[in-house]
Design a protein around this ligand. Sequence first.
Ligand code: CA
Ligand code: CA
Ligand code: CA
Ligand code: CA
Length: 653
Amino acid sequence: MKKINYLPLLIASAFVVNGCDYFDSTNNTIQESYNYRDNYVTKSINVPEKSHNIAYNLNLKKAYIKILRGLDSDKFIVSNGTIKLNIVPDYNKPQDSNGDNIYEVKVYIVDANGNDYLMLLRINITKNGSDSGAEENNTRNVDSDGDYIPDDIERYLGKDPHNSDENRNGILDGLEGDTLYNKQWYIKALGTATNPSDVPSIVGNDLNLQDVYKKYMGYNGGKSIILQIVDSGVDINHEDLKDNIDKTRSLNGVKVGDPTPGGIFQPHGTMLAGIAAARAFNGKGIRGVAPFAKIAGSNWLVNQSLDALEAAWYSGPGANDIAVTNNSWGTYYTADTFYEKIMAKGAKNLRDGKGRVYVFASGNARKYNADANIQYVINNRYALVVSAVKYDNTVASYSTPGANVWISAYGGSVSYDKGPTIATTYLSGESTKTWDSDKGGNYTYAMAGSSAAAPMVTGSVALLLEACPNLGWRDVKYILAKSAKQVDSQNPSWITNAVGMHFSRDYGFGLINTKAAIAMCEKGYTNFKTQKWASTELTSNSNIGAQKDVTITIQKDMKIEWVETTVNIDTQNASDLDIFLISPSGTKVQLVKSGTQIGENLIPTSDWMKSGFRFSTGAFLDESSIGDWRVEIVNKKNGSAILKKVSIKIYGH
Ligand SMILES: [Ca+2]
Ligand SMILES: [Ca+2]
Ligand SMILES: [Ca+2]
Ligand SMILES: [Ca+2]
């Protein structure tokens, strides 16, 4: 077997800036960066109806408290350091302004030390008998106090689900609690510089997860969503990962065991694990995209035993419950169907038949004119392929394009003098590219690559499956595609298909938008029925010349999910061909680009299409399959080439 290449992209040490005060996180607090005046500290209390003297005590000596006009301010008074409701509420006769039995008031407070802040006080009136006991059963995926931490996680951590600022520092508790959170522009861009570059992130260009965190963090009411990192292993004792590690499903080779890498040259999997699911609110480091999901690690890349890959992807202990697998590695050119055969079993049988989701990085070989569509590992329909976008929402200079790319996420800039890179966990104590405040050397700012983008999608899939656990693997892909955000819309790589889906070989359907994906599945989404397919083969045996167009008719009418085009071309110049597929609706997609090669890993034979090579794309999503499909082959150098056969296979419903 060819050596598998994985895709770490660490930045050259030559760019390290030493002793830069700017990156001292203690001097650059989230409070300064957020527009705090728009973020009221929210206090919520539940009170049974017909209670007298309902008051909220601020416990402030010599405090200045002023009720601001609006909402239900006319129902409140201030007295002796408390805010009091000036009525006796009756559940059946609400007197609040919008009649929802929640009395709200905004208050301006100056404490004895002269610190001022704004508070939103909410008094929730509960019907007699339905007091806090009922609330306990009904607060999963609810953020009662508006601090961006769901109630169930607050209880699990011993925090107060009705106090949004327990440490009274004026910052909502969900916006702090991880020392390097303000470096994670990919989760929440603050418009500040986050690595030894003076290029700031751009507010709004992030994964837009803050609202998602009010309900979902992967905790799932105590039955955490399990995601898997199949890579060079994961440092399971890392201070910011250990609480999320699933030891019963972590693999050392084919067996359950410790996947911690043996050497300092294998940090890659640990970096991915942090992006996907570093633990939040532990006072340490970062937080992952799904910060209360469980992480199952695998070190299969160390020895690259195919049995170890099979165990991780399908047959290992507890495999049924692993929701999503991250693969930030690739094979470059291959037509080996070994990989997709395992994924097919996982898609059919795991998660009680709903199917595991297999996420892959698209690769970092753009500068070699690489094309992600020349690897069967990632151009089969089970693979959810992720390309990389920079902080400015444009494609990263390394990100490998391809018609099989499904979605994009943040991969960071290629070097940190050019823009923000990705902050994440590193092998414990081994990091040299980190902030001064990381005394232990457990984190790095120097991650970049499609390797980093993939675990953002993996973590997002965990959040999506927490919100909507019944989604099948095809539904997950579909919802992510439909909800993806078109970025860099002037980029010529964008096409719009016949049903209005935007697609690009650089971005897939766009930048992942987890918030919109969850909103879509929560709105009463109906799962796809069983997948159908149709195929037609055409024997041609004709010279391609400078260009050859062939038409293939598909008789079956389906809504398209995935299209595979296999060409048998007898030529010594296969890499000189541009191949396009045009749907019956007229949508034209480039399946592969001429000149495709990958650095020293050149495509091994120049006649690599001779025995048939499959190219795939999801770009025709939701179009109708029926009618005439056209395959257009452009022979750039007009070398000798004979088209033997073409076949099209369409999957849909
Ligand atoms: Ca909360
Ligand atoms: Ca709280
Ligand atoms: Ca706080
Ligand atoms: Ca943390």
